[in-house]
Ligand binder design. Structure first.
Ligand code: ZN
Length: 72
């Protein structure tokens, strides 16, 4: 019998303070966006969430439940 998903999204969440409006936000791995680029000649991936209140990007630790793993 396959694993059954019973929640509508990841239930583990983290909180971060928006870098712009300073409201406290709660997010899950599904909310984490990634952007990749090059810095110092190395491939670099940054993780951020978009504040639903002011629309600013706030950096978060490399953590993505969507990928099903953690990089800590
Ligand atoms: Zn904000």
């Amino acid at each position: 019998m396959p694993v059954k998903v019973v929640s509508e999204g990841p239930t583990a969440s983290k909180q971060v303070t928006c870098s712009k409006c300073t409201y406290k936000l709660e997010y899950t791995g599904e909310d984490v966006q990634t952007s990749s680029g090059y810095s110092m000649g190395e491939h670099d991936v940054s993780f951020y969430i978009v504040c639903p209140r002011c629309g600013a990007n706030t950096s978060v630790p490399a953590w993505s439940l969507r990928e099903g793993r953690s990089w800590y």
